[in-house]
Design a protein around this ligand. Structure first.
Ligand code: SAM
Ligand code: DTB
Ligand code: SF4
Length: 325
């Protein structure tokens, strides 16, 4: 087993490969060891998603149900009312969620939307929840306005490795993504950045994606690891299913490279067995999305997650408690 030092931003490709490819039992043991040094292993944070603007997106992300360029039959809607967002957030809080994540199918927000977005952040914060938004690329002024309205986290995924990126998205570059992430971090908003596995990438792409995140100047505060949800009529609809063990290896790599980061077991849980999810928690995942819908796709029903947590003796992480020991 390699030494797991506390926080490093100088991981090399060779080190990340050696961690990822070690025997599975050694990898899980290392990940769980790092996890226990930094978090309560029996606590998992709950986030809730809401699509505040659905469909009709100008980008061509090959995995996405919301791209106007894909064939998926999802009708475009306008930005929803602030009041509705707040009442949905209230319900999510009652269900135990501590973070409310609002997602919009945009390449980037328009200035005319900013006032409503600010009101959403303020309203959700007033409920005593953490706020997160994912709105696409942001310029400096938009970042400052969101920060000043109290936004806690901004989600902006790098999705895959730099090498594979142009196979998945052609309407923006990997560098564009890193640009927005830096802008968000420099403004003092916490960074949530991760990606998707199971998009037909190679093992080296999964490793490089995590390496990019782990060698940013500061590690993201949250890293969502999504398993591709294949959406009919998108270019990735029929991509070959990824070996679940490779998914768990990716989660473990994230935990080991970024010891203090919340690693979120994100999209794709509907198709995972309880045993696989348990293995992901053992590998260091300590956050999930709750509720039966993600943005547009299915997620396990609340009672299924409640039963899973009970079977595993996992409790929901309280707000303001990052689980650190
Ligand atoms: N439009 C914004 C953007 O792209 O940053 C925000 C919303 S976008 C839907 C948020 C993230 O969801 C994507 O970056 C991607 O990582 C993830 N995602 C979208 N569709 C997915 C799918 N079918 N399976 C797994 N993850 C998906
Ligand atoms: C993230 O990494 N996963 C979430 C959140 N960030 C915004 C979104 C998953 C979307 C899954 C497909 C859908 O619901 O359309
Ligand atoms: Fe648009 Fe985001 Fe979907 Fe890409 S992932 S098509 S940017 S909503």
């Amino acid at each position: 087993m390699l030494d797991a030092s506390p926080i490093r931003n100088d991981w090399t490709r060779e080190q990340a490969e050696a961690i990822y490819n070690q025997p599975f039992m050694d990898l899980l043991f290392q990940a769980q060891t790092v996890h226990r040094q930094n978090f309560d292993p029996n606590q998992v944070q709950k986030s809730k998603l809401l699509s505040i603007k659905t469909g009709g997106c100008a980008e061509d992300c090959a995995y996405c149900s919301q791209s106007a360029r894909n064939g998926a039959q999802l009708s475009a809607s306008k930005l929803i009312e602030v009041e509705r967002v707040i009442s949905e957030a209230r319900k999510a809080k009652e269900g135990g969620a501590t973070r409310y994540c609002m997602g919009a199918a945009w390449r980037s927000p328009k200035d005319r939307d900013m006032a409503a977005l600010e009101a959403m952040v303020k309203g959700v914060k007033d409920l005593g929840m953490e706020t997160c938004m994912t709105l696409g690329m942001l310029d400096d002024e938009q970042v400052f306005r969101l920060r000043d309205s109290g936004l806690d986290y901004y989600n902006h995924n790098i999705d895959t490795s730099e090498r594979y990126y142009s196979e998945i998205i052609t309407t923006r570059t990997f560098a564009d993504r890193i640009d927005t992430l830096n802008r968000v971090r420099e403004a003092g908003i916490k960074v949530c950045a991760g990606g998707i596995v199971g998009m037909g990438e190679q093992q080296m792409d999964r490793i490089d994606m995590m390496l990019t995140l782990a060698t940013l100047e500061e590690h993201p505060d949250s890293v969502p690891v999504n398993m591709l949800i294949p959406i009919p009529d998108t270019p990735l609809a029929d991509v070959e299913k990824l070996d679940p063990i490779e998914f768990v290896r990716t989660v473990a790599l994230a935990r080991i490279l970024m010891p203090k980061t919340h690693v979120r077991l994100s999209a794709g849980r509907t198709d995972m067995s309880d045993e696989m999810q348990a293995m992901c928690f053992f590998a260091g995942a300590n956050s999930i999305f709750v509720g039966d819908t993600l943005l547009t796709a299915d997620n396990p029903e609340e009672d299924k997650d409640t039963a899973l947590f009970a079977r595993l003796g996992i409790s929901a992480m309280a707000l303001g408690c990052d689980g650190s020991r």
